[in-house]
Write a new protein. Structure first.
Length: 232
């Protein structure tokens, strides 16, 4: 099992490295590592100029949760996943006051116990109706045709962008970010074909990580089963 665990750790470290090298550092117009066939400088776009924000659930009590026709995206779902869909949603009673989440919306966490984890993002890839966002996150709806969604999911979790979020974090025992300040941020953007190449690369890498995690978990379960049989 140690060999399979090591393979998993290597894949995760590779992802961290690529999240740093495949996107330009602050003040740069090209990344340190690039796919063949792409040479143009990258541009920067201000988030507030290419989209608008909206709030998560409001005016809800604990009696509204756990049942109902609506579904809401949890904080943990946003926190853990650069891309998210119907997996891991909870039920809720809905009303006309709430803003629905749409395909391609970016969801941001607004607070965390550490500055390193504040402002984590997830791109919603679901197309279902009656899906809403938890009250501890805010949504961001982009103008169409600017970003490849898979690229967007990973550039927002890149080393340089995460560093910017850390600098925006405010607090002592718990850290928060301001929607206004997030909308003042600039994001690097290459041509759509290069965005698609980067997004596809990270998709494949995440699939490899998930497959390796499954192997490790299966080995752990097999070991536990064997140990139980030995001591019966």
């Amino acid at each position: 099992m140690s060999l399979q665990q090591r393979k998993l750790e290597v894949l995760k470290e590779q992802k961290k490295t690529y999240l740093k090298l495949l996107f330009p550092a602050k003040g740069q117009t090209k990344p340190a590592l690039r796919f063949a066939g792409f040479e143009d400088d990258w541009k920067e776009v201000k988030l507030g100029e290419v989209g608008e924000t909206y709030t998560g659930l409001s005016g809800k009590t604990k009696e509204d949760f756990g049942h109902g026709e609506g579904k809401f995206i949890t904080y943990v779902n946003v926190f853990n996943n650069p891309l998210t869909d119907l997996y891991g949603l909870d039920s809720i009673e809905i009303d006309d006051k709430q803003r629905r989440v749409q395909y391609g919306d970016v969801l941001f966490t607004t607070s965390s116990e550490t500055p390193e984890d504040v402002g984590l993002s997830s791109v919603w890839m679901g197309t279902e109706d009656n899906v809403y966002l938890n009250s501890f996150c805010f949504g961001y709806r982009l103008q169409k045709g600017i970003f490849d969604l898979y690229y967007l999911a990973f550039v927002l979790r890149s080393f340089s962008v995460r560093r910017e979020f850390m600098l925006l974090a405010q607090g002592i025992s718990r850290f928060n970010i301001s929607k206004t300040k997030v909308m003042d941020m600039f994001i690097h953007i290459p041509s759509l074909p290069e965005q698609e190449a980067i997004g596809s690369f990270f998709q494949d890498l995440d699939k490899a990580i998930a497959k390796q995690e499954e192997k490790v978990n299966q080995l752990k379960e097999s070991k536990q089963t064997l140990l139980r049989k030995m001591f019966i």
